[in-house]
Design a protein around this ligand. Structure first.
Ligand SMILES: Nc1ncnc2c1ncn2[C@@H]1O[C@H](COP(=O)(O)OP(=O)(O)OP(=O)(O)O)[C@@H](O)[C@H]1O
Length: 317
């Protein structure tokens, strides 16, 4: 039996002159934590909006729990979309938002919501429009977790949350997921922070799927190698290089693709240093690579643009 709960086929979304999604096909399986990653404007929110029936597709097919999500109460009551721009009625306090969620979500766990409100030190009786930015994010995070929806989307849920509160969110998410497995899609720019939560990663770039793979495969899909420049160059000859960085006579390369056992031995015999590459670095390299070879208008860009973009993204270490 298929475990796919979301099936997307050739989905596109065009806003006047912007193609936000361009022929996206993917499936999401039951009981998995997905990372939906990509640069600003890549199309992540647009994709999640369409899957949750808050936005329309220009073309393509979307099935959620085997059905069209639009105006489909059966489907919508089984999914939860937490986004930063969530609007609440003017006079709503967190307590009202939770009561409304309890009516809508059949798996709502009141005790969990109360515990999380305490953990996040959320003032339950203050109007939501008076809450700080972090407290507002906490309201969303609590609804996302306590709803225990079969399919939950968190679109950058951490805005304004401090480091302690973010860690609390990650810890509670993992603990609750272990007890009540479900499908969670987490869109985040803080990739290193969420990397350990993710089982599967979808990288989207300029409206297209760039990578759709298990997190472990992606982690193993690049390696960093460092040592005297001439030895590193000869070892890496003929291999795709995602990134290079030199300091004096030393060179560090990020190589695309895993090394075989024999190659690892060879590197060790040459005295070269091998190190894994973080998920965040891989995402940065792959999206820069895709952007460098094919510009948004389909033209090839000047390769020196990579340096400029890396600086913009804060990727250089
Ligand atoms: N309502 C709209 N009208 C016109 N263009 C839009 C609209 N919504 C989104 N876009 C454009 O579509 C593209 C994808 O936007 P989207 O919000 O999906 O990106 P994102 O990956 O979520 O970005 P971020 O990480 O910055 O939140 C962007 O170029 C954006 O400017």
């Amino acid at each position: 039996m298929s475990t796919a709960i979301v099936e997307v086929s050739n989905l596109s979304r065009v806003y006047r002159d912007v193609t936000a999604l361009d022929g996206v096909s993917l499936t999401l399986e039951r009981d998995k934590i997905y990372g939906l990653l990509g640069r600003n404007g890549a199309g992540k929110t647009t994709l999640m909006s369409i899957l949750t029936a808050q936005g329309f597709a220009s073309s393509g097919e979307v099935r959620v729990f085997g059905e069209h999500p639009y105006e489909n109460e059966q489907v919508l009551s089984r999914l939860c979309f937490i986004r930063e721009s969530q609007k609440y009625p003017d006079d709503f306090k967190p307590i009202h938002a939770f009561k409304a969620a309890a009516l809508f979500y059949q798996n709502w766990d009141h005790a969990l919501a109360a515990q999380l409100a305490q953990d996040f030190a959320l003032p339950m009786k203050r109007r939501i429009k008076k809450l700080s930015r972090g407290q507002l994010s906490a309201v969303g995070v609590i609804i996302g977790l306590a709803s225990r929806a079969e399919l939950t989307f968190f679109d950058e849920p951490y805005l304004g949350l401090d480091a302690v509160a973010r860690q609390l969110f990650y810890d509670r998410l993992l603990a609750d997921y272990a007890e009540f497995p479900r499908t969670i899609v987490l869109s985040s720019h803080l990739i290193d922070e969420v990397a350990n939560l993710l089982e599967h990663v979808i990288i989207i770039d300029q409206g297209r799927i760039l990578v759709d793979d298990d997190a472990d495969n992606i982690r193993g899909s690049a390696v960093s190698i460092a040592g005297p420049a001439h030895l590193v160059e000869s070892f890496a000859a003929g291999r795709a290089v995602l990134h290079r960085e030199s300091i004096g006579a030393l060179l560090a390369l990020t190589l695309d693709g895993a090394l075989t056992a024999a190659e690892r031995r060879e590197a060790q015999e040459l005295g070269l240093e091998l190190a894994p590459v973080s998920l965040q670095q891989i995402v940065i390299r792959k999206t820069l690579d895709a952007g460098a070879s094919l510009g948004s208008d389909g033209s090839f860009e000047d390769p020196t643009d990579i340096e400029r973009k890396e600086t913009q993204m804060g990727a250089s270490r």
